[in-house]
Design a protein around this ligand. Structure first.
Ligand code: GDD
Length: 318
């Protein structure tokens, strides 16, 4: 029986990781860490889950929990994941991305705990890219352009330092935009879906959007967690893996696909508040490395994901 510790336990991704673990529950025991007490939805039928309320900024508490639980695997999902928030609160973004990660790996090092750590990074690390380098492989130059992205690059560099310097078994991801039912509405696809459903129900007169020319590589969260599990089981420490679909869509295309699924034409207007000080016009990844090395492949089409997200909001707004 392996012990799995999950940080960011009350978040969106953890929900789906737990579903996946629940299907293979006899092999795992889970320790979930979260700042909040939003734990009710985290109970799974087959899975033995222990919950700990903890702020990863609290080094002493973190070290104590690691000492007591001695996990085999750590899925480090905790993050202040909003790029837009990082422009408003850059210090907090660093604190709750880079610093909490450093607290974690420093505790693992100090306790000499034998464990495998999955360090989640972001496609934002690539920043403004040369169009010729698309689809982006893991070798592409990193040119981060938001405080959040710099915090994630720092996290990755620290992972490499602790891997090389202290032999910590850390696998790194650069995860591209996730989508799926239950994602917070401050992310673009969830925001569009919620508004389309509300518009259709006559609750709002039009929908607000940001820059629709932006192109992103969206991947369903259910495919994301499948990749995370494979990486934990078979990934190589010190290596970085893109987690992406390999397909790019402009936000205008996404909006139109959603309108077509919902069977409605929606009036939309640009909200200046949703435009960022700077933004990467296009990010599309190559998933060749994880496919070739681990046999991962995405199962959800963009259409299937968008349908499920619209259905989720239809049920929520009933
Ligand atoms: N949120 C939002 N974004 C919009 C909108 N219209 C256009 N956008 C653009 O849509 C893109 C995606 O924005 P988000 O969904 O807010 O996500 P993100 O900033 O890319 O960050 C997410 O993905 C990263 C991976 O690329 C993650 O690392 C990060 O934590 C987060 O999950 C951005 O370029 C943003 O400017 C809108 O109405 N709302």
């Amino acid at each position: 029986m392996k012990r799995i510790l999950i940080t960011g336990f009350s978040g969106f991704v953890s929900e789906y990781l737990l579903d996946l673990l629940n299907d293979i529950a006899d092999q795992y025991e889970v320790i979930g860490l979260s700042r909040s007490y939003n734990f009710e939805s985290k109970i799974r039928k087959n899975l033995h889950v222990k919950l700990v309320k903890l702020d990863l900024n609290d080094k002493e508490h973190l070290r104590e929990v690691l000492y007591l639980t001695r996990p085999d695997y750590i899925f480090h999902l905790a993050s202040d994941s909003s790029v837009s928030y990082s422009w408003q609160k850059p210090i907090e973004s660093f604190q709750n991305n880079t610093n909490i990660f450093l607290n974690l790996i420093e505790s693992v090092r100090a306790l000499n705990t034998e464990c495998k750590i999955l360090s989640i990074g972001s496609s934002e690390q690539y920043g403004i890219v040369d169009p010729e380098s698309i689809p982006l492989t893991e070798e592409a130059t990193l040119n981060p352009i938001s405080p959040y992205a710099v915090a994630r690059v720092s996290q990755e560099l620290l992972s490499k330092v602790y891997n090389r310097g202290y032999g910590l078994d850390i696998i790194m991801t650069r995860s591209f935009n996730h989508i799926g039912p239950g994602q917070k509405e401050n992310f673009v696809v969830s925001s569009f879906a919620k508004q389309i459903v509300a518009y259709k129900a006559g609750l709002i007169p039009n929908i607000k959007v940001g820059n629709l020319d932006i192109v992103r590589d969206f991947l369903d969260v259910r495919d994301v967690v499948k990749a995370y599990m494979l990486l934990m089981q078979n990934g190589i420490g010190g290596q970085v893996y893109n987690i992406c679909s390999g397909n790019g869509y402009s936000l205008k295309q996404i909006l139109h696909m959603m309108m077509s699924i919902a069977g409605i034409e929606v009036e939309y207007s640009i909200d200046k508040e949703l435009i960022r000080p700077s933004d990467n016009p296009i990010i599309i990844g190559s998933n060749k490395k994880i496919k070739d090395e681990l046999g991962w492949y995405p199962s959800y089409s963009i259409d299937a994901s968008l349908r499920d997200i619209l259905t989720y909001w239809e049920q929520r707004l009933k």
